[in-house]
Ligand binder design. Sequence first.
Ligand code: NAD
Length: 357
Amino acid sequence: MTGKFTVLVTGGAGFIGSAVCRRLISIGGYRVINLDQLTYAGNRASLRPIENSPDYVFSKTNICNETAIRELLRTYRPDAIMHLAAESHVDRSIDGPAAFVETNVIGTFRMLNAALDYWRKLDDEKRGRFRFHHISTDEVFGDLPFDSGIFTENTPYAPSSPYSASKAASDHFVRAWHETYGLPIVLSNCSNNYGPYHFPEKLIPLVILNALDDKPLPIYGKGENVRDWLFVEDHARALELVMREGRNGQSYNIGGGSERTNLQVVETICDLLDKKRPSLLGNSYRSQIAFVVDRPGHDRRYAIDATKIRSELGWTPTVTFEEGISATIDWYLENSWWWQPLRKQRYAGERLGTAKG
Ligand code: NAD
């Protein structure tokens, strides 16, 4: 075990966190401690490819339980923390914001408290290289017009939903722990992710699976909202880079450079499914598209300027939207063992899923 770089990943049973855990274990040189409360969004089946690795440890722990976090830090002595655990679904934040304040704001505060005490007691070498990496979203920057504007790291925060407000608050706390107490931090704000192991209430998996089930493909409003889509494995690679090489105290915007309207995304999925798994009814899957009443506070457009991470860390996406969406559809077609049990569970009704969504 010696010589391995130990990372405490929070939320590692979720969509992006599990991609991070799978990546760190598969490339080698890392020991991963996955701390996750296994809420409805957490799924240990997403860790199946690495669960038998001697370098992988799972702990069912709530990030609001500071005593338990301190114990994990004492036991495993990580070189870095990658903090992804969060309530992440915008629609759920509108129906029940309290859980978002509890986990995203209070939970992050507890993580910071525990991390600060742990970091202060490290020896000089380990203290110098330690990072608390907070994984955040482009939604903190708020709403862009359809035809202009792009988010840079200096764009002022203007969150619209309870979800994005809670993420904005947690970003501010992370920066405050750096400015006030000197905790070494890096922040990253990423656009919409998609890919394998994405919880089936989110837009892309929902559309794929509803299409196959002959169910309506719900789209908010007229489907004009624009998001910048990034393949999750490209995000996981960016996160590792930011954690290892990001400058202390800095934030990095991460995006796919692939802006698409929700309607374009859904139509692309329908067209690919028409070729890969034609409907037995003989219709195009596009005939299942159903426009539904828009959700309140729905930001029109997000767009990311990823110049900083490209020029400082040399990161660019390797997967185009067309390649990534095709690979994602193939994955859902081949891996019903993963999504079927989740579709069967009742997750607070048939949610629509947009954006992150
Ligand atoms: P997710 O909902 O799929 O996973 C969240 C994970 O956190 C789950 O495994 C869940 O069990 C765990 N969790 C929730 N509350 C917890 C608690 N109190 N204690 C411990 N664990 C808890 O989310 P995701 O889509 O993988 O997003 C991960 C992070 O990335 C979030 O912080 C999110 O804000 C951010 N982000 C997501 C996107 C996206 O497109 N999905 C884009 C940018 C940023």
